[in-house]
Design a binder for this molecule. Sequence first.
Ligand code: SF4
Length: 211
Amino acid sequence: MQICEIFASIQGESTYAGLPCVFVRLSGCNLRCSYCDTLFAYEGGTVMSPDEVITDVSKYGIGLVEITGGEPLCHTETVSLAGRFLDMGFRVLVETNGTIDISGLDQRVIVIMDVKTPGSGEGDSFLTRNFDFMKKEDELKFVITDRADYEWAVETVGRYNLGEKCTLLFSPASGRLSAAELGGWIIADRLPVRLNLQMHKFIYGADMRGV
Ligand code: SF4
């Protein structure tokens, strides 16, 4: 597997924010989002076997592991790696951009899946049938760049009845929309979604890598 980095940090997004977590960031992504903050993960990295990844993660002694990227499902080994972590007793999060079929993932995996909005520049990339595989424990994340994205997200939530499927996260795109403005829209519309901020950026700064 092409590994960009493995590190321990505070989980920064999703309902797991604030918990200690080991991140396995795989290299490579099939998208090029306009707000991407992990450009360094597009290429390069170190080739590691799944056994080496597991050894590296285990040494931290933290029970929560997140497999992320880039796009982790670009690597076929991600499915079996997640299963091995689960069998070892880890709680496993897989963060994916929603463009690749998630149906092969173990049911115990907690999926945190982006739904790319038009403002991402990758608005047509989502694999709609992935909605059918979401479980109550999973989380869908919309990164919102402006009011048009917000309205698109609200319409998408309604059209696919997503509020019934799993937790919904609305995040302001860093540097493009303020949390206060997005929060105001959510309150005004009484939306049953969670305002999702990138906690790691508040803790470590917006440009810090490996945290
Ligand atoms: S899916 Fe994620 S890693 Fe890939 S380009 Fe978009 S924001 Fe960056």
